[in-house]
Design a protein around this ligand. Structure first.
Ligand code: NAG
Ligand code: NAG
Ligand code: NAG
Length: 264
């Protein structure tokens, strides 16, 4: 009897297709059972690993979604469609899932789902140094950095007529932008967009020349504390070079050091 069952399951496995599903870290994802929508399911068994460890089952009208410790309180099973939803995705969830289905007429089918878990792009961090011009207006140095690897940066400025100078990044994970604000009382808005393939994330900062130490209030950032410490150290190192490069030979360095003091 066991042997016959095994053969049936294996035959089922042969005709299974592999469905690719992409989920994002911390989000929910639904794995499709691939069941015929006309079927009334009497048995649903979702399993993982080569030893077919059950993680969610529905048998004789009883649902059990707390079968395996790695998925405790993170599953929901749609007993009509057979679809399995995993909540609060972790990178450990990225693997192959199998589902075995039996309908009320005793027919069986199954599906395999390969789940990939990606990290969403985090919001970039914008940091600024404001350096006033003696005759009004100011120069703003903006540094945009990202916790994500291999992203490209784009700056957007509002109003677009501002006198700007994008500068090459010191390393691949930040982009420096130099702007002169000649109308000090009008606020300017800077958006840094980090992007990678089909994805992007952005942060916005609004600045006026007289913003002084409150300048960073509008920075939105999703960095974690630990990352911030690391990036901040890198940031200071990077800024040293940038400032030397930009302001070398200029006599207005007193106001600049003032800005740096304010900044720190
Ligand atoms: C994920 O599922 C939980 C529980 O159903 C829900 O509260 C939450 O809003 C969902 N999150 C997203 C991003 O859809
Ligand atoms: C199946 O394999 C997984 C990982 O390889 C293991 O954690 C689990 O204990 C195994 N289950 C059984 C019933 O052997
Ligand atoms: C960022 O992504 C959104 C869709 O997610 C798209 O509409 C927008 O054009 C993208 N922006 C850039 C600058 O790539």
């Amino acid at each position: 009897m066991r042997r016959i069952l095994l053969i049936v399951v294996l035959q089922g496995a042969l005709v299974r297709s592999l469905t690719d599903v992409l989920g994002y870290f911390g989000d929910n994802v639904t794995l499709p059972s691939g069941a015929d929508p006309l079927w009334t399911l009497s048995k649903i068994e979702w399993s993982i690993f080569s030893n077919n460890t059950w993680i969610a089952t529905y048998r004789n009208g009883q649902e059990n979604i707390e079968r395996f410790y790695l998925y405790k309180q993170r599953l929901s099973l749609n007993t009509l469609s057979g679809d399995l939803t995993i909540h609060n995705l972790t990178t450990m969830d990225a693997m192959e899932y199998s589902v075995d289905l039996i309908n009320d007429e005793g027919r069986d089918s199954g599906n395999k789902v390969k789940l990939t878990v990606k990290q969403r792009l985090q919001k970039p961090t914008i940091e600024t140094v404001i350096s006033p011009f003696p005759k009004g207006g100011c120069r703003v140095l903006l540094n945009c950095s990202s916790a994500d690897e291999g992203v490209d940066f784009t700056w957007q400025v509002e109003p677009p007529s501002l006198d700007t100078l994008p500068m090459s990044a010191r390393d691949s994970n930040s982009a420096v932008y130099l702007v002169s604000l000649n109308t000090p009382q009008k606020p300017a808005e800077f958006t840094c967009i980090s992007s990678r393939k089909m994805e992007n994330a952005s942060s916005v900062i609004t600045l006026k020349c007289d913003d002084g130490e409150t300048q960073q209030k509008n920075v939105s950032s999703a960095s974690s504390g630990l990352y911030f410490v690391a990036s901040f150290i890198g940031f200071i190192a990077g800024w040293g070079l940038t400032l030397m490069y930009v302001f070398r030979g200029e006599s207005k360095s007193s106001s600049l050091s003032e800005s740096i003091c304010l900044f720190f």
